[in-house]
Design a protein around this ligand. Structure first.
Ligand code: MOS
Length: 731
């Protein structure tokens, strides 16, 4: 029955993407399209005393300059600005008032017939500020951290256990601010027709943006439709509505014309980022490598107006047995924009620190790092004392180690080399959650044997179009070419933002549910055919395959779907269903990985190359081994960026980001990426959901930075705890 699920099916949207037929938010057009260019604040905190737009308005082709003083009406209450994933606090409202909350804040929108005109006129807007005191330095403000989030309950007495531990390792690890740099810029194009607004937005959740815009602008649901058919990278940057969608909508309402607002790469640094976090980890162990105590305290930055937090701590509860634990996640309010989710938020940073600390402990204990992890291996989620629906992490260690050649590792630092380069081998564990959310899907089956599947979910490049088509093709017994998939339109059946690695399981089970209803309908029709060979079938025991509906068991018989529909005198069957997951709090649900990295370090220059990565992943059933492998490869590349390249640098004298561009904010390029080997470990899971799906979006990055840092230590004997590991830190 699984002709497609579990196979390396190519992306159904692949051709559209590589031929340019796929359109992104900033590429849609409309008659009389107006272009907007954003003017940003150049101070981190204060008030706009005067904003002079006269010179800008004089430029031929400029239509208007919107500021807080002349914008259309906006909602006032905090609640009206809260989107479905908003954190605690008072959301940012572009052009709302004269207050400056962060450097790079949008304070005016220049609107012109041409983009170049708007861009030029934006340079003529003059602003006088009253500047207020500000702080942007997390490390300097560390002492003012407030406890946040819901940390895991402490167990035992970690402080006392640490004090008497036979061996103790305690250190700070620092993960810097990292900005989202998707290929696609933040962009919105609005199309204004007869008082109705169609919004093409770069977002991970069209219904989230649609509800938000209706709330902010006091519109009825039928007055605003939001679409995002293709997304050029997101992974958190498009979870919340970004300010350009508000500005474009505002301009449309002011001018009664269609508007496009695309941010520049530099302006994107005024938006989402992974917050800089100081991670303090302490481990207390016995000489045999069993743990007595684990403490993990994270101190992360946030804005003054919102408490964004993703618990970085507590991941040890899923991985390592210890009778005594204590976890705390704290926030420091700074004069910056609110951070946001970035691939595996919480785990990417928190597990990075934990897994570096485990490596340091292994060195101190003179134990192989895998052996240490196996000594502490936990078969239960200790925080809730629950078993897992499945956990093949042991298998990940074994398969990964074998593929990597780990047994040939000489544990002594600086002992392996290749000419002028020192070789380092390091490993680390990854862990993430296996979540699922309410999602609905609609299937329309037509008599010509074609099915259209639709759902409001986005495909942020993760392969949703493809897996939805695969699941539908298998469930309806049709070739995948006969399935068309429509996604990311707010008028389609409900879906939350695509995030948290939950969309594969959630959308697949919505499709499965709708297909089940189609099958029942076909079975009912098949029974009703005069002299039907399926007259006595058990409605619940029929299969759809090869364009036929067939009864199973004895007296098996089949009728073509086309015949069934012809006899029933119907052209189409339409069914919409919400997915259903059994409520089950008796088991923990996680994905796991073991990551192995080889680095080569030029001894004289300190240049680090990640020459090999093996990532062995246990994530339940893999719906598509090709797009799944791509997911993990992309994650590994991002993990290499975290380990070696990415760092947003703020000049704290000005509270301003100094490397807001991809020349100075480094991300991996082709030359930085070598051999990446992805292994999917077999992990049948009958408990988590019908298809045994766990999701792959985020697990692939977790563990990668630590594996590389541990490899750098093994190569050089230098333990770098401040990321990224740039060459200057090795010299
Ligand atoms: Mo993901 S960081 O939930 O897009």
């Amino acid at each position: 029955m699984n002709a497609y699920v579990g196979t390396p099916t190519s992306r159904v949207d692949g051709r559209a993407k590589v031929t340019g037929a796929a359109k992104y938010a900033g590429e849609f057009s409309a008659n009389g399209l107006v272009h907007g260019f954003v003017v940003e604040a150049t101070i981190p905190r204060g008030r706009i005393v005067r904003i002079d737009t006269h010179e800008a308005l004089k430029v031929a082709g400029v239509l208007d300059v919107l500021t807080h003083a002349n914008r259309p009406p906006l909602a006032d209450k905090d609640e009206a600005w809260k989107d479905e994933v908003a954190p605690e606090g008072s959301p940012f409202r572009p052009l709302y008032d004269d207050m400056i909350k962060f450097n790079g804040q949008p304070i005016a929108l220049v609107l012109a017939e041409e983009w170049e005109t708007a861009k030029f006129a934006a340079t003529l807007v003059r602003i006088d500020y009253e500047q207020l005191e500000f702080v942007t330095d997390l490390e300097a403000e560390r002492g003012s951290a407030n406890e946040m989030d819901k940390p895991h309950k402490p167990r035992g007495d970690a402080k006392a256990a640490l004090a008497v531990a036979g061996l103790r390792h305690e250190a700070d690890y620092l993960v810097p601010t990292e900005h989202h740099n998707p290929m696609e810029l933040y962009a919105t194009t609005t199309v204004w027709e007869d008082g109705k607004l169609t919004v093409y937005d770069k977002t991970q959740g069209v219904q989230n943006v649609q509800k938000y815009l209706c709330s902010v602008f006091g519109k009825k649901p039928e007055e605003i439709r939001v679409l995002s058919p293709y997304v050029g990278g997101a992974f958190g940057s498009g979870l919340r509505p970004q300010y350009q969608v508000v500005l474009a909508t505002m301009a449309t309402l002011a001018l009664k014309r269609s508007v496009r607002v695309v941010l520049t790469r530099q302006q994107m640094y005024g938006l989402g980022y992974r917050p800089m976090t100081i991670e303090r980890v302490a481990l207390g162990a016995r000489p045999d490598g069993t743990l007595d105590a684990i403490t993990h305290e994270a101190i992360a930055m946030t804005s003054r107006y919102e408490d964004f937090s993703r618990n970085d701590t507590g991941w040890a509860e899923q991985l390592y047995k210890s009778p005594n634990t204590h976890f705390a996640h704290k926030l420091v309010d700074l004069d910056v924009s609110t951070p946001c989710d970035m691939r595996a938020p919480g785990a990417a940073s928190g597990v990075c620190a934990l897994e570096c600390a485990m490596d340091e402990l292994a060195v101190a204990l003179k134990l192989d790092p895998i052996e240490l992890r196996l000594k502490c291996y936990s078969d239960r989620d200790q925080s809730e004392d629950l078993p897992y629906t499945s956990k093949q992490l042991r298998e990940c260690y074994a398969r990964g180690a074998e593929a990597f050649g780990w047994s040939r590792r000489d544990p002594t630092p600086r002992s392996m080399r290749d000419g002028k380069e020192l070789i380092g081998w390091g490993m680390a564990t990854g862990v993430w959650e296996a979540l699922q959310m309410p999602v609905a899907a609609r299937i329309v089956l037509t008599a010509n044997g074609h099915a259209e599947v639709s759902c409001a979910a986005s495909d942020i490049g993760t392969g949703t179009y493809t897996i939805v088509a695969q699941v539908a093709a298998d469930a309806l017994g049709l070739p995948i070419e006969n399935i068309s998939v429509r996604l990311a339109d707010s008028t389609l059946p409900q879906a939350p933002v695509e995030g948290g690695s939950w969309m594969a399981a959630s959308s697949a089970h919505a499709v499965l549910a709708a297909a089940e209803d189609i099958r029942q309908e076909l079975a009912r029709l098949a029974k009703a055919i005069p002299d039907s060979p399926l007259a006595d079938i058990d409605m619940h025991n029929v299969t759809l395959a090869n364009g036929m509906i067939a009864s199973n068991g004895k007296n098996a018989a089949a009728v073509s779907i086309a015949d069934v529909m012809r006899h029933g005198k119907i052209e189409r069957i339409e069914k919409e269903r919400l997915n259903e997951f059994a409520e089950d709090k008796s088991h923990a649900r996680n994905t796991h990985s073991a990551v192995f990295a080889e680095v080569k370090v030029d001894e004289e220059l300190g240049v680090i190359r990640v020459t090999r990565v093996v990532s062995a992943v246990a994530a339940g059933r893999i719906l598509n081994t090709k797009t799944g492998r791509s997911q993990i490869m992309g994650s590994v590349v991002w993990g290499i960026g975290m380990a070696l390249h990415e760092e947003t640098q703020i000049d704290h004298r000005f509270g301003r980001i100094m490397n807001a561009n991809i020349a100075e904010y480094h991300i991996p390029v082709n030359a930085d990426i070598h051999d990446i080997n992805v292994i999917f470990v077999d992990e049948p899971d009958q408990r988590i959901n019908k298809l045994g799906i766990k999701g792959l979006g985020e697990i692939g990055i977790v563990g990668v930075p630590a594996a590389i840092a541990n490899a750098v230590y093994h190569a050089t004997g230098k333990r770098i705890r401040r990321f990224p590991i740039t060459l200057d830190k090795l010299l």
